[in-house]
Design a protein around this ligand. Structure first.
Ligand code: PRX
Length: 637
């Protein structure tokens, strides 16, 4: 495959950027022309940010899986699409060529059809990072069923919430998952979740860990048995469903500052065009290169830059089932060495945790195949950036710091490897088609350089969020109502003298723990479900490895003599309600919380205390009971 819209120089970047602003429709139509369509669009873009209503490529028809699979078959069918590396290094890796992946996707699409799945049905996928996860995702897209992938670390309650919200009719899971030296009982978690999910009529179970699990008659069936049935039918071809450009492709749940996680909806055409365009440009992918993104498909990074972006570009990618520190902290570097990885895309939190193991795990590995490094998910501190540059890139690999969100579908602000300049801890410049701006509290644009403010985008790009599933007004309220006619990201940023953006972190009540987004309200709701808890307030604090840690202040009514036991029990409740990723790092039992006279918790003060600041807490005169603050300061963990 060649990439006609790949930008190769600084001058080309500037001219592409200019064109994308002057003539966005012409710009994106030119790029969209590179794909296979059943029918071309009537209009490139229709939009308003007030409802919001955004439509890209109206009237066009396509199937994204034909662009990710079928169109590569003739010339590159034997090229590896997936190189899969298991959790346990003594187990063999697996390679699936484009031909093989295509065949497996078609076969599994038949399995889904045989189990009653039709276009528009919602399918929940809760699986380990095995090739079958990508197969399941693509098989849904082949039929026009809407996938909702839930990360394997979420609890039964979190899965149930997501299944109920989307009214999923079928679940695809596995008996269990391996992560490091742990086995996670996925099917048992699903069984617990499904007690509350009457919409689910079928569960398809892949065998991975082969632990004994319960299989409910009439509801549960094995992946392997179902695929054998399709084999017995002679593996018939599976024509792809013709989808409207704006038909839903998937739902992915993410946390916000209020309420339960919301289902971010992406649609077929714009998402395909943008993930492909950003993939080939940011990483400067060259045909035949080996690309390795260490994320899990359960997050947006996995959707856009493990599944759809790389496959639509005919790329070869490594997918890894395990964790960076097992069996030892050299595992990523073993994989780079073993598979001769050219492009490595990972999270700052992984880099920081590996720095802690020193250079021994890196020193005897051949990393000479690396050409480009990337980071995603959270701000990267300069120390981690330089370590990555020096010890992994050996000073010769550009690092792309990619800023984006579940809602943006693809990378919006990033340097392009070797084409536009990098600057440590800066995401740098917007991609063509992306028009960022900074605003102050009142929504006034802050112009000029050397300034900071709240980051907004003023014009739609093709993979912008279309709605929050089942609640369009929530989408409007959350992203389009804070500032008129702007998409608000929830992030703060500064712009340096040259116009480079540095993302400084969330300005709302959303935490970023190890690159995972967690709403403080969500954690508080979980803590408040624990018996004896009267009220709680959760804030983030700087954490060396996780970026942010979770600090919970909890008013507990019962006997507090065994404070340690209470803290452990509260943490267990959070793990049960949300999942281990939301487990507080610190829980402080307090007698009261600092509140204003109108009853609002003053998080600003709690944040300062959690950060270790005890002197300059700012104005506390509006507090109902200032003595509470003194008590909390004394008991600080
Ligand atoms: O705060 C920003 C941070 O992650 C948030 C989005 O989280 P999520 O939807 O889970 O997607 C993560 C993967 C794209 C953003 O609002 N974030 C993401 N990338 C960066 C970042 N912060 C700083 N620098 C980045 N490169």
């Amino acid at each position: 495959m060649n990439y006609p819209s790949q930008i190769r120089s600084w001058e080309q970047y500037q001219s592409a950027y200019h064109k994308s602003v002057e003539d966005p429709e012409g710009f994106w139509a030119g790029i969209a022309d590179e794909f296979n369509w059943h029918r071309k669009w009537d209009k490139v873009l229709d939009w308003n940010f007030s409802e919001p209503g955004v439509k890209w490529f109206s009237g066009a028809r396509l199937n994204i899986t034909e662009n990710c699979l079928d169109r590569h078959l003739a010339a590159e069918g034997d090229r590896p699409a997936i190189i899969w590396e298991p959790n346990d290094p003594s187990e063999d890796s697996r390679v699936l060529t484009y031909k093989e992946l295509h065949a497996k996707v078609c076969q599994f699409a038949h399995v889904l059809k045989n189990n009653g799945v039709r276009k528009g049905d919602r399918i929940c996928i809760y699986m380990p990072m095995v090739p079958e996860l990508a197969i399941a995702v693509l098989a849904c897209a082949r039929l026009g069923a809407i996938h909702s992938v839930v990360f394997g670390g979420f609890s039964a309650q979190s899965i149930a919430d997501r299944i109920q919200d989307a009214q999923c009719s079928l679940v695809i899971t596995a008996d269990g998952a391996y992560r490091g030296n742990k086995e996670i009982p996925l099917k048992a978690v699903i069984d617990d979740a499904l007690v509350h999910c009457p919409s689910v009529g079928k569960v398809i179970v892949l065998s991975r860990t082969r632990v004994p699990i319960s299989m409910i008659k009439g509801r549960d069936t094995w992946w392997e048995e179902e695929t054998r049935k399709v084999e017995a039918q002679g593996n018939p071809p599976c024509p792809a469903e013709s989808m409207d450009a704006e038909d839903m492709l998937f739902i992915l749940y993410t946390s916000g500052s209020t309420g339960k996680p919301k289902g971010v909806v992406h649609t077929c055409a714009g998402y395909m065009v943008y993930t492909n365009y950003s993939f080939v440009n940011v990483f400067q992918y060259r045909p035949g290169e080996i690309y390795f993104c260490t994320a899990d498909i359960g997050w947006i990074t996995g959707h856009s830059y493990i599944v759809y972006g790389p496959l639509s570009a005919g790329a070869t990618s490594v997918r890894f089932e395990g964790i960076p520190t097992w069996p030892d902290a050299g595992r990523f570097w073993d994989l780079v060495d073993k598979h001769k990885v050219n492009i490595l895309y990972t999270a700052p939190t992984a880099i920081r945790s590996l720095i802690g193991f020193g250079l021994d795990p890196v020193s005897n590995k051949d990393l000479s195949s690396l050409r480009v490094l990337g980071t995603v998910g959270e701000p990267i501190n300069e120390e981690a950036w330089h370590w990555y540059d020096e010890h992994i890139g050996k000073g010769r690999c550009p690092i792309v710091d990619t800023w984006w969100q579940t809602e943006t579908g693809g990378i919006l602000i990033s340097n392009m490897a070797g084409v536009t300049p990098a600057k440590p801890s800066y995401a740098t410049l917007p991609l063509p088609g992306v028009q960022p701006l900074l605003v102050d509290e009142r929504g006034e644009e802050i112009t000029g350089n050397g300034v900071s403010g709240n980051l907004c985008i003023k014009f739609p790009w093709p993979s912008i969020i279309r709605t929050t599933y089942g609640d369009h007004d929530r989408c409007r309220q959350t992203y389009f109502a804070t500032y008129k006619n702007l998409y608000f990201t929830g992030d703060g940023a500064l712009r340096d003298e040259k116009g480079n953006y540095r993302i400084t972190g969330r300005v709302d009540d959303v935490l970023n723990v190890s690159g995972h987004r967690i709403g403080t309200a969500e954690v508080e709701n979980a803590i408040n479900m624990h018996t004896g808890v009267v009220e709680s307030a959760v804030v983030g604090y700087p954490h060396d490895i996780k970026g942010q840690g979770i600090y919970a202040f909890v008013i507990f009514s019962g006997n507090r003599s065994d404070a340690d036991g209470i803290r452990k029990a509260i943490a267990a409740t959070v793990t049960r309600i949300i999942g281990a990723i939301a487990r507080p790092d610190k829980i402080q039992l307090v007698g009261g919380l600092p509140k204003t006279r109108s009853g609002k918790i003053m998080r600003r003060i709690l944040r300062k205390i959690a950060e270790g600041e005890t002197q300059n807490l700012g104005d506390t005169t509006t507090l109902l009971d200032p003595a509470v603050v003194e008590e909390i300061k004394k008991g600080k963990l």
